[in-house]
Design a protein around this ligand. Structure first.
Ligand code: SF4
Ligand code: SF4
Ligand code: SF4
Length: 514
């Protein structure tokens, strides 16, 4: 057992308002500058839809993530070109989104907001017209953007290319895409700070790396040569090319904030309080196992590589490895381990990409409140119940399974049933005055679990949602140089195989050397 420290996250999709406060917070701090305007390290998509950049989930198109090789010695390979082809294509990398996939055929654009203040008096309201940020031309016709499908706008058309419908036949798909009768959900996305990051595996310059003290995946701006293989390899398309600096950039999990014990800006600003963050302990020796499991077992094996921070054996091993007490105490208080492992109410996004994400989602039950029928009864509810049953959920389970469990329907049903059981338990307490413990038992939860889940999902204060240990960089620098960075990226095909500190150390001058 080799324990590594990782900051991890949970997003509760039922509570997302689609307000994009998170997007604006990140944009204001990190990407409101030339060369970065088209980048949204945090974005909130409406599903169904093809998102930002267009069709990012379609790996036949973009060739992101890892695939199984069937070989025991090297079980995983990047779907993107092999290293020799990467080298041959250094100056022409075909597998990456273009500007039109992110923003529009006409490039980045703004609006003539000044017209709203300075227009002459006229009969109709002045309007702000779209204006190219590149040429200054006005009245251009933008045809895509980070939030183009907001609130299902146009997804009756674009939804045709949403890969999460692939398990359905055309008739089913067409039925769901009639927006007014169907469903929509918000999907907030940031970099997943994966345990098996494809961006790190693909980087020819050794610039993309995962730091040891918290598992944050970063791109070293000095080392980056702008070859852009990280964006090709990342199946979530979360690294971005800065055309002004010629370097790649990505979400850095607001690490300057983390180091001072504060949650990232997009977490802190979220009015829906959907976001949770805390440290977890990952068994690095078993990350390969989690990344190479059969599709139906991906979530279960992923759960099994997270170590219980209250287990005496884990505590002893952590001490032996020099993991600090501050981090351990935070891991014990963290809401992430119970949500993902103990209660099994959260799931990783597209585990079939095999990057082993550190961000998990509580899939939506919505709408929980069902409509009243002509008789004043809750017609969408199950028999003898005012709450819906799985059969009459509006969001199709197959769709959620495609998003969160590589198509394994029972994993999604499990998380939804647990959420429903907690709701029914709370109703039994508040309305009927008699706690229904049977409903909890049926899904493997105790009454204390239900109380804790309800507290965390409905009532928790900021200091319960975010457990961020401060970092002792002065200690880390001696003992934990950057990890998972090979010799210019070419010595190892698979970052998982690298043993931390084997390839990097700090010399007498304090420089990182190989
Ligand atoms: Fe890398 Fe994973 Fe982030 Fe993509 S989502 S940039 S693979 S760490
Ligand atoms: Fe942006 Fe920080 Fe949120 Fe990452 S964690 S998306 S850098 S605000
Ligand atoms: Fe708003 Fe939070 Fe959802 Fe972002 S994640 S859209 S801030 S509710």
């Amino acid at each position: 057992m080799q324990i590594v420290q990782q900051m991890a996250m949970v997003f509760n999709m039922d509570k997302c308002l689609g307000c994009n406060t998170c997007t604006v917070a990140c944009k204001n701090i990190w990407t409101n500058r030339e060369g970065a305007k088209y980048m949204f390290w945090n974005n909130v998509e409406t599903k169904p839809g093809i998102g930002y950049p267009k069709e990012w989930e379609n790996q036949d198109e973009w060739k992101g993530g890892w695939v199984l090789t069937g070989k025991k010695s090297s079980p995983l390979k990047l779907r993107v070109a092999p290293k020799w082809l990467e080298l041959a294509n250094l100056f022409y990398n075909p597998d990456q989104p273009e500007m039109k996939d992110y923003v529009s055929d006409v490039g980045t654009y703004t609006f003539t907001y000044e017209d709203l203040h300075s227009a002459k008096e006229m009969k109709q309201q002045p309007v702000a017209r779209p204006k190219s940020e590149i040429t200054g031309e006005e009245n251009i016709k933008p045809n895509w953007g980070v939030n183009w499908e907001d609130n299902a706008a146009g997804t009756n058309v674009t939804g045709q290319w949403d890969v999460n419908f692939d398990s359905m036949n055309q008739q089913e798909k067409d039925a769901y895409l009639q927006y007014q009768d169907s469903f929509m959900i918000y999907l907030p996305r940031i970099c997943n700070h994966c345990a098996n990051p494809a961006c790190v595996g693909a980087c020819p310059s050794g610039a993309a790396h995962k730091r040891e003290e918290d598992g944050v995946v970063l791109i070293d701006q000095d080392r980056c040569r702008g070859w852009r293989y990280c964006v090709s390899a990342c199946p979530y398309k979360k690294p971005y090319y800065n055309w002004r600096s010629g370097k790649m950039e990505k979400c850095l999990l607001c690490y300057p904030r983390l180091e001072t014990g504060q949650p990232p800006a997009c977490f802190h600003s979220c009015p829906g309080k959907i976001r949770y963050m805390g440290p977890i302990l990952v068994d690095q020796d078993r990350v390969v196992e989690a990344a190479t499991a059969d599709e139906k077992d991906l979530v279960a094996v992923h759960r099994s590589i997270l170590l219980d921070p209250n287990d005496p054996e884990v505590i002893a091993q952590a001490k032996k490895q020099g993991i600090g007490e501050t981090f351990m105490e935070a891991a014990q208080k963290s809401p992430i381990y119970p949500m993902f492992v103990k209660w099994e109410i959260a799931l990783p996004l597209h585990p079939e990409f095999r990057t082993v994400p550190s961000l998990f989602y509580i899939p939506p039950e919505s709408p929980v409140a069902s409509v009243l029928d002509d008789n004043g009864l809750h017609s969408a509810a199950g028999e003898n119940s005012v709450l819906p049953t799985l059969e009459n959920f509006r969001v199709p389970i197959k769709y959620l399974a495609s998003l969160f469990s590589a198509g394994n329907i029972s994993e999604v049903e499990n998380t939804l049933l647990k959420q429903l059981a907690v709701r029914k338990y709370r109703r039994s307490v508040r309305v009927e005055g008699k706690p229904d413990l049977e409903i909890l038992k049926a899904v493997g939860l105790t009454e204390q679990d239900a109380i804790d889940i309800h507290r965390l999902l409905a009532l928790a204060f900021l200091d319960e949602r975010f457990i961020v240990p401060t970092t002792h960089r002065e200690l880390d620098r001696d003992t934990s140089p950057f990890m998972e960075r090979g010799f210019a990226g070419f010595d190892k095909m698979n970052p998982l195989k690298m043993k931390r500190r084997e390839y990097m150390h700090i010399d007498e001058q304090g420089d990182q050397v190989i």
